[in-house]
Write a protein that binds this ligand. Structure first.
Ligand code: SF4
Ligand code: SF4
Length: 252
């Protein structure tokens, strides 16, 4: 059920974001860095994809490198919870100089299952080493809201950098753990301080000037039917006891 909800969020976001004209093109990859963050749910999708396509050895090779990442201070929902208290700015982009390990010849090698952080990252002007992505506030608030829903869906499971989440999933999954049999304990000691837990929705940031456009994304997602229930009902516990109640705060 969670994968169906995730796919519904991706699809609604694709439809909603088609109103923008972006400079993003195949082979344009300055934004593909090691700072992409994901939920464990999205990580498992990538693992399943690699497993099905007989690419586990390839994947393990990508993850065997130590990317020396600094821990993230907050998940998206933790950041928004803090923003709802003291009106902080929105999160900054994931621009960094280190290319994503899944980038080969400027093409994403896991494009079909790339996480939402990659799907929503876009720019209305071409990026380069000096200029990071530019998007308007409507897009930034909407993509943040969708990211929050995905974090809510994966709540209490791990959340962090793509490489770290994938490594943890391999180490703790009997099907794959033999890949790192000798190093599992050592790797966990390095990984765990960098990983966080995905958090439930604290509410959305909905400034009045952007409320209509953000709602035009959130409302169709929450009213989508999965297995006879709306996503809103599932999030509120009517179906799926592992997904707890959604709070409904908003910032005016
Ligand atoms: S966000 Fe920037 S670097 Fe990434 S595809 Fe779009 S224009 Fe290219
Ligand atoms: S997973 Fe793919 S789209 Fe995402 S940053 Fe890496 S190469 Fe780019």
């Amino acid at each position: 059920m969670k994968t169906a909800i995730l796919t519904a969020i991706y699809d609604h976001f694709d439809h909603w974001s088609s109103a923008w004209r972006f400079s993003c093109r195949s082979g344009c990859s300055t934004c593909c860095t090691t700072r992409v963050t994901v939920t464990a749910l999205e990580g498992r999708r990538i693992l399943d994809f690699c497993h099905t396509n007989d690419r586990m050895e390839w994947l393990v090779g990508k993850l065997a490198i130590d990317y020396s990442l600094q821990p993230q201070a907050q998940t998206t929902n933790e950041f928004v919870a803090a923003s709802l208290e003291d009106l902080d700015d929105m999160p900054s982009s994931h621009h960094s100089r280190n290319p994503c390990p899944f980038l080969e010849k400027a093409i994403c090698t896991i494009y079909e299952v790339r996480p939402f952080s990659c799907r929503c990252f876009a720019s209305t002007s071409p990026c380069n080493e000096l200029n990071t992505a530019t998007v308007d506030d409507d897009y930034l608030y909407g993509s943040t809201a969708a990211m929050q829903l995905i974090e809510h869906l994966g709540q209490f499971d791990s959340w962090g950098y793509l490489q770290d989440v994938l490594l943890l999933e391999i180490i703790r999954n009997d099907k794959y753990s033999f890949q790192f049999a000798d190093q599992g304990k050592h790797l966990l000691e390095k990984l765990l301080p960098r990983l966080r837990r995905a958090q439930p929705l604290p509410g959305f940031v909905l400034p009045e000037a952007h409320k209509k456009i953000i709602s035009s994304l959130i409302e169709p997602i929450l009213s989508s039917q999965i297995g006879g229930y709306t996503i809103q009902e599932i999030f509120n516990g009517k179906k799926g006891s592992d997904i707890i109640e959604t709070k409904s705060h908003s910032q005016q």
